[in-house]
Design a protein around this ligand. Structure first.
Ligand code: MG
Length: 299
């Protein structure tokens, strides 16, 4: 069984310019649940000033459909306060393998971000003893500001996140440049610092390499991947280009390769349609388009 973490409602919608009302988001999350998705990154507790698309966490969280394992991105101590008061049990912290990226994104060096997150992680553990903590390493292969990233830098940040108590490390190809040979090089290095069952890949399909990278990571024993229904979330560093790997493409590839996902491809293909309509664009996912085209046409 392959673990899929759906990031559309958070990572996807955060990177779409059109804000979606909370009731539409809730209906979207319900459809994702109906398709069989369990782990869903639902929102972010970053200041609404910076990410207005996700400024409705306080409205959204108490109404999330029952039965899901929902997580929220927490940027700092203030975000943690909001998370705890909402009863959030699963949080994600966000840093990167490149100082140039964290400086622009969170106004800290990587080392400073790890110091802040060590405190946030400790406070989270103290207040939510049964909580679950994810650490993101963005720009794991390349930084949009500083170019290629040394695999050792990525491994070092992953290892630090593990030390501050993360239950899982998600390795992100933030600008969607990686090719399988890079995944082949990086994964064993990561696995020497982080147990394989705590490793997750967050690939972007900006240049059409995401599925090839998933295939390589599977070869190396990774069994957990992020994806976004309908490929929601463009690439903020390549305007107009695709971003997140689409859940439909991932599920098609896995199931066809003999890996069970437990998801219903048709329901999944339909889950993001009302959101895509609001955003005014067709599905980016080829597997989604193929699934929809095979549906009987209704008048
Ligand atoms: Mg992403």
């Amino acid at each position: 069984m392959i673990r899929i973490v759906e990031v559309g409602p958070r990572d996807g919608l955060q990177n779409e310019p059109t804000p979606i009302p909370p009731e539409e988001k809730l209906a979207f999350i319900q459809r994702l649940r109906d398709a069989g998705l369990v782990e869903i990154e639902a929102t972010s507790l970053v200041s609404p000033k910076w990410v207005p698309q996700l400024g409705d966490a306080e409205t959204l969280w108490p109404q999330l459909p029952a039965g899901g394992l929902y997580s929220a991105l927490v940027p700092n101590a203030k975000g943690l306060e909001r998370a705890v008061s909402l009863g959030v049990k699963r949080i994600a912290l966000f840093t990167a393998a490149s100082d140039a990226f964290t400086q622009k994104n969170i106004n800290m060096t990587v080392a400073q971000s790890l110091e802040v997150f060590a405190e946030v992680a400790a406070a989270f553990r103290a207040q939510v003893p049964d909580g679950w903590l994810r650490g993101y390493v963005s720009t794991a292969f390349e930084c949009p500001f500083a170019g290629r990233v040394d695999p050792e830098a990525t491994v070092s940040v992953a290892s630090e996140l593990l030390k501050i108590g993360c239950d899982e490390i998600s390795i992100g190809d933030t600008i969607g440049v990686a090719a399988p040979v890079e995944v082949k090089r990086l994964t064993p290095l990561l696995a020497s610092a982080v147990p394989l069952d705590k490793l997750n890949y967050h690939f972007h399909d900006t240049r059409g390499t995401a599925i090839a990278n998933v295939a390589q990571a599977l070869e190396q024993g990774v069994r957990s991947f992020d994806s976004s229904a309908g490929g929601l979330g463009g690439c903020p560093y390549a305007p107009g280009a695709g971003g997140n790997l689409a859940t439909e493409d991932l599920v098609y590839f896995l199931e066809r390769s003999g890996f069970a996902t437990g998801l219903e491809p048709l329901r999944l293909a339909q889950a993001s349609l009302p959101i895509l309509e609001q955003l005014g664009r067709p599905p980016a996912s080829k597997a989604q388009r193929a699934a929809l085209a095979a549906l009987p046409q209704t008048q």
